[in-house]
Design a protein around this ligand. Structure first.
Ligand code: FAD
Length: 508
C-alpha cells in the first residue's frame, strides 16, 4: 500500500504508515511561489521532507520522492510508473486541500482514500460531539462562554485526565494566569536558545531556495530550526530543562533585543508533524511531577497545546470558508510598509517585525499585542494581515494563521473571543521595556511624539462604536470613551489621520 504524505505530516508513527510499505512525497516548487514565503519556511519544509525521506528509507520503506513544479506534475510522473494505483492520505487540516488532492489523483486514474489525521491530540468526532448544540458565544458576565476555548480546554482535561486529580484540576485552579503576567527584572539573563546547525541537506536546500525564490521576504539566515524528529526532540528536552520553569511567569513579557524569551519555539516542529501534541505535553507533565517546574508554567504551557492549538484547528475546520474573509468591523486599510521593512521609530513594532524578518518567528504576545493589535487599530483588512502572517512565519499554515489572525487578532468574527484584543501603549509598557527605549511618549495621546498606539486606540473605539459598544465586555472601555469631550475627539481624529498618512508614506 502507498501512502502519499504531505510536508506537514512528517511523523514516522502515524496509523497510515503502519500498514504501508511505500511512501510518496512530492516537493512542489511552484506551489512555494504562490506567496513570498519566508526563505526559512521553505528551507524548513523542504529540508524536513528530505530528512524524513531518508529516515523512512532507513526504516525499510520504499520511498518515491519527487521534486516537481506542482502536485499535478508529480502525480503525472507517479502514475506513469504506477498506473491506477490506490493511494492513502492523511486528512489535511487546511480547508479544501483534501478535495483538491483527491481530484488530482482521480484525474490521473488513481484513487485516494483519506484517513483521520492522528498528528493532533483530538479528532473531529471528539470536538464535534462537544461543540454541537453549544451556543456560538458566551453571554456577558459568563467567564467561560460555552463555545469558548476555556470550556473546551476543561473538557479535554477532564476527558484525558491531564493535570487532573479525580474530578478536580491539579492545584485546585483551572488556570494560573494571575501568576503569568510578570516581566523579568533588569538583571535577568534569558535562557539559552538551542541551535541546530544546518547539515549538508539543509545547506543544499538553502542554496536552492535562495536562488529560486530570490524575491521572497525575510532573511535566509541564521537558520535555527530543527528539521528532523531527533533534533525536534532535543529542542523539546532543552525547553523542558532550560526554559519551562520561567515559561509561565514571562509568557506575556517582551524585552528589547530578546526574540525568544522563555517560549518553547516548538510550533514549527509541531506543525510539520515532527512532534505530536502528546509527546510535547508528556515531559512537561513529568517535570511538574518531579518538582522541576512550577504548576503555573506547566499548566500555562499545557493549555496552549491541548487547549488553544486544538481549539483553533477545529474552529477553523467548522468556520471555513467564511472565516478566511470574515470582517465584521469592515476594515479596509492596507498593511503599512513598516510590516515589510521594519523601518519605524516605534520600538515595539520595529523589534517584532525585525524578529519575523530575521527568523520567521515572533512570540505570541508580539504576534497578538503588537503586530496584530497595531493592524487592528490601524484598520487593516483581516485577510491582508492573514496573508502577511501566512507568508512570514516558519510555523504558518492556513489552518492556524486564519483563526489566530482573522478571528483572534483582527476580531473579524466573534467566534474566538467576545471582544477585540485592542490595547494602547499602556499594555505594551506594562509587559515590556520597549516604551523606555522608544522615540514616542507612551503617556501622550496627541501631539508630535505621542505614541501612535494611543490615538489609534481611541480612534478605533470611536470608529467601531456601533459594533463594539454592546459587545462582550466592552463596557469599561466605552465608559472611558464617554468621558472625552468634543475637543479631545477632534484632536484624536486629527492625530489618527496624520499617523495614517505617515505610516502609509513609511515615516512613522
Ligand atoms: P509557546 O508560547 O511556547 O506555546 C506552546 C505551543 O502552544 C506552541 O508551540 C503552539 O503549538 C501552541 N499554541 C499556543 N497558542 C496557540 C494558538 N493561539 N494557536 C495555535 N497553537 C498555539 N501558531 C502557529 O503555530 N502558527 C502560526 O502561524 C501562528 N500565527 C499566529 C498569529 C497570531 C496573530 C497569533 C495571535 C497567534 C499565532 N499563533 C500561531 C499562535 C502562537 O502565537 C504560536 O503558536 C506561538 O507563538 C509559537 O511559538 P512557540 O512554539 O514558542 O509557542
Amino acid at each position: 500500500m502507498t501512502v502519499w504524505l504531505l510536508g506537514d505530516q512528517l511523523h514516522p508513527e502515524t496509523a497510515a504508515l503502519a500498514s504501508a510499505d511505500h511512501v510518496l512525497l512530492i516537493e512542489a516548487h511552484a506551489f512555494a511561489e504562490r506567496k513570498r514565503y519566508h526563505p526559512q519556511k521553505l528551507t524548513l519544509v523542504f529540508s524536513a521532507m528530505r530528512h524524513f525521506r531518508d529516515a523512512l528509507r532507513e526504516r525499510g520503506y520504499e520511498v518515491t520522492y519527487l521534486e516537481a513544479e506542482t502536485f499535478g506534475e508529480g502525480l503525472d510522473r507517479y502514475f506513469a510508473a504506477n498506473p491506477e494505483d490506490d493511494l492513502v492520505g492523511i486528512r489535511s487540516p487546511s480547508h479544501g486541500a483534501d478535495e483538491r488532492r483527491r481530484r488530482l489523483v482521480e484525474e490521473r486514474g488513481g484513487t485516494l482514500t483519506l484517513v483521520e489525521n492522528d498528528l493532533f491530540l483530538t479528532d473531529r468526532a471528539f470536538f464535534d460531539e462537544w461543540a454541537d448544540g453549544r451556543a456560538d458565544s458566551g453571554t456577558e458576565g459568563d467567564d467561560i462562554g460555552s463555545y469558548r476555548q476555556e470550556a473546551w480546554y476543561r473538557h479535554v482535561r477532564r476527558e484525558t485526565g491531564i493535570l487532573m486529580e479525580g474530578a478536580d484540576p491539579v492545584g485546585g485552579e483551572w488556570n494560573y494566569d494571575d501568576e503569568n503576567r510578570e516581566t523579568p527584572p533588569s538583571d535577568w539573563t534569558p535562557p539559552s536558545v538551542p541551535r541546530f546547525e544546518p547539515d549538508g541537506i539543509t545547506e543544499d536546500v538553502q542554496e536552492f531556495v535562495t536562488e529560486r525564490y530570490d524575491d521572497h521576504w525575510g532573511e535566509p539566515e541564521p537558520f535555527v530550526w530543527p528539521v528532523t524528529r531527533a533534533a525536534a526532540e532535543r529542542a523539546l528536552d532543552h525547553f523542558v530543562s532550560e526554559r519551562l520553569s520561567e515559561f509561565g511567569a514571562y509568557q506575556d513579557a517582551m524585552r528589547t533585543d530578546e526574540w525568544a524569551m522563555s517560549h518553547s519555539l516548538l510550533s514549527a516542529a509541531m506543525n510539520l508533524g515532527l512532534l505530536r501534541a502528546e509527546a510535547v505535553v508528556e515531559p512537561v507533565l513529568e517535570a511538574y511531577e518531579s518538582g522541576d517546574a512550577p504548576l503555573n508554567s506547566v499548566e500555562g504551557f499545557v493549555r496552549q497545546v491541548i487547549g488553544w492549538r486544538e481549539f483553533m484547528r477545529h474552529v477553523y475546520r467548522r468556520s471555513m470558508p467564511e472565516l478566511a474573509t470574515a470582517n465584521q468591523l469592515e476594515q479596509t486599510a492596507s498593511l503599512p510598509p513598516l510590516y515589510w521593512d521594519a523601518d519605524t521609530e516605534m520600538e515595539c513594532l520595529s523589534e517584532a517585525v525585525g524578529h519575523v524578518r530575521q527568523r520567521g518567528y515572533a512570540h505570541h504576545i508580539e504576534r497578538l499585542m503588537v503586530l496584530s493589535n497595531f493592524a487592528l487599530l490601524y484598520g487593516v483588512e483581516p485577510a491582508e494581515l492573514n496573508e502577511w502572517f501566512h507568508l512570514g512565519f516558519v510555523d504558518a499554515y492556513h489552518w492556524v494563521t486564519t483563526p489566530n489572525v482573522v478571528g483572534m487578532g483582527s476580531f473579524g468574527t466573534d467566534v474566538l473571543s467576545s471582544k477585540p484584543y485592542a490595547a494602547s501603549a499602556n499594555y505594551i509598557d506594562g509587559m515590556s521595556d520597549h516604551c523606555a527605549n522608544c522615540a514616542y511618549a507612551k503617556t501622550k495621546t496627541t501631539g508630535e511624539n505621542a505614541c501612535p498606539f494611543n490615538a489609534l486606540y481611541w480612534d478605533f473605539l470611536d470608529r467601531n462604536e456601533e459594533t463594539l459598544r454592546g459587545t462582550g465586555r466592552m463596557g469599561l472601555m466605552y465608559s472611558h470613551v464617554d468621558r472625552k469631550d468634543d475637543a479631545e475627539w477632534a484632536e484624536i481624529r486629527e492625530r489618527a489621520a496624520e499617523l495614517r498618512e505617515r505610516a502609509d508614506s513609511g515615516t512613522l
